[in-house]
Design a protein around this ligand. Structure first.
Ligand SMILES: Cc1cc2nc3c(=O)[nH]c(=O)nc-3n(C[C@H](O)[C@H](O)[C@H](O)COP(=O)(O)OP(=O)(O)OC[C@H]3O[C@@H](n4cnc5c(N)ncnc54)[C@H](O)[C@@H]3O)c2cc1C
Length: 406
């Protein structure tokens, strides 16, 4: 494969942009097609575990991302009913940094996107094409042709589907139906820190867990903004956009919540809600010259705050595999799948487990709280090490002999 033949990426989200950077660092020409009129992010916060920095380092944007981010002293889990601390991960202690090498960060998605977009725009090998909603692809001869909603077509050597949980690339490639919705809906809000009246810690990441839903909050932009994401079990068939009905659902769900949590719930912007879901993990994300990554390949629940981290690790890994394969895209894609499928499946499976923990009721809840409460700092770091130690591309020889099943 000639590195000048463009590689097409469908989707300019965090996965698509970071993959473009990783490929360009290897000398590939890349064209990113984004369906929205403009490249950009929805304006809320995001958390990154230290693992993501192994990949961001290789893309040359790690320092710029850290500059825009805050590093919280701790991530706390709080009982939504009585307000008591259940457990904490001490992300700010020197032992965390010593153990995982990089910080745990929180960052405004717009700031993050801008860092990535700036880096892409500075790279002459990357072309960003907005308003280009990919509707189908056709493979033929030595490449793949991608068609957009407005009838344009783009030709490239390979197509990478980074088009998110409702991926059209996946729909055509695998035809395996819709993601699994789990009956929960999320509302996200950012307010000026000065407007926060709730009696809650402001400098940490806090997760309030309760039977009907969970709520996460943390500061952004050096403590000037306050980010709230609340996720609720759907209890009624409210009309889309019916804010009053949403408010009634939220109030009903958390009628027994701790007063501080109720004060947070009162601050929610209920105009837009998002259905939550994931997919059962699979081992193969490619056919021919087309391959998937990020949420298109393995969407996960947000309980480990790792969906975007996995998309970014995917992009770094896929670029390395393509660069290392000497034009053999089939070998590159197989190596990428073998390298990534178990780790991303573990994120999906553990996220489902943590989801059940956050929303447990009755005596099961007490059991989980007891288990979490018994953990020492060292135990917690050990539990997180498979994830936070980061991802390194396994040895090529070892991968080529690994069995391909499923
Ligand atoms: C409430 C909530 C909180 C979360 N918090 C975290 C967190 O703290 N940390 C974390 O790591 N993850 C978090 N996630 C998960 C994270 O947001 C996703 O995993 C991540 O955004 C996936 O990145 P992606 O690039 O694969 O897909 P997306 O971010 O969905 O990007 C896909 C892009 O493709 C574009 N697109 C879609 N279809 C087409 C098409 N046909 N043609 C062209 N372009 C197209 C879209 O416009 C979009 O720009 C959270 C998720 C939710 C719901």
């Amino acid at each position: 494969m000639d590195r000048k033949d463009p590689i097409i990426i469908a989707g300019g989200g965090l996965g698509g942009l970071t993959t473009a950077l990783a490929l360009a660092r290897h000398g590939f020409t890349v064209r990113v097609l984004e369906g929205a009129p403009e490249f950009g992010a929805i304006g809320f916060g995001i958390q990154f575990g230290p693992n993501v920095f192994h990949a961001l380092d290789r893309m040359g944007v790690s320092a710029a991302v850290q500059e825009k981010a805050d590093a919280p002293p701790a991530v706390l889990m709080i009982d939504a009913l009585n307000g008591q601390e259940v457990t904490r991960v001490a992300t700010g202690v020197p032992a965390f940094r010593a153990r995982f090498k990089y910080p745990y960060i929180i960052i405004h998605r717009i700031d993050l996107h801008n860092v990535l977009l700036d880096a892409c725009r500075r790279d002459p090998l990357i072309t960003l094409v907005g308003d280009a909603m990919v509707t189908r692809f056709d493979e033929g001869g030595r490449g793949v042709t991608v068609t957009t909603e407005d009838g344009r077509s783009f030709h490239g050597a390979l197509l990478i589907g980074a088009d998110g949980i409702r991926s059209r690339t996946r729909a055509q490639l695998l035809a395996d139906g819709d993601p699994r919705r789990n009956g929960f809906m999320a509302f996200r809000t950012i307010v000026p820190m000065a407007d926060v009246t709730a009696d809650v810690p402001r400098d940490i990441v806090a997760l309030w867990g309760g039977p009907s839903g969970h709520l996460v909050h943390y500061p952004l932009r050096q403590g000037t903004l306050f980010n709230i994401a609340a996720t609720f079990r759907r209890t009624a068939n409210s009309e889309r956009g019916d804010v009053e009905a949403y408010r009634a659902e939220v109030d009903q769900a958390y009628r027994e919540a701790h007063p501080s949590m109720k004060a947070l719930l009162a601050m929610l912007d209920l105009r837009r809600r998002q259905a939550i879901g994931d997919r059962d993990p699979i081992r193969h994300w490619h056919k021919g010259r087309v391959v998937l990554l990020g949420d298109a390949a393995h969407p996960t629940l947000q309980s480990l705050a790792q969906g975007a981290c996995m998309a970014i690790e995917d992009g770094s890994c896929l670029a390395d595999c393509i660069a290392d394969a000497d034009g053999d895209h089939e070998a590159a894609f197989r190596r990428y799948e073998t390298a990534r499928s178990l780790r991303t499946a573990r994120v999906t499976v553990e996220s489902r487990y943590m989801w059940d923990v956050y929303h447990a009721d009755g005596i099961a809840r007490e059991v989980y709280w007891q288990m979490l409460g018994e953990r020492s700092e060292a135990d917690t770091f050990q539990c997180l090490s498979w994830l936070y130690d980061g991802f390194r591309l396994p040895d090529k020889a070892a991968l080529s002999t690994a069995p391909l099943r499923g």
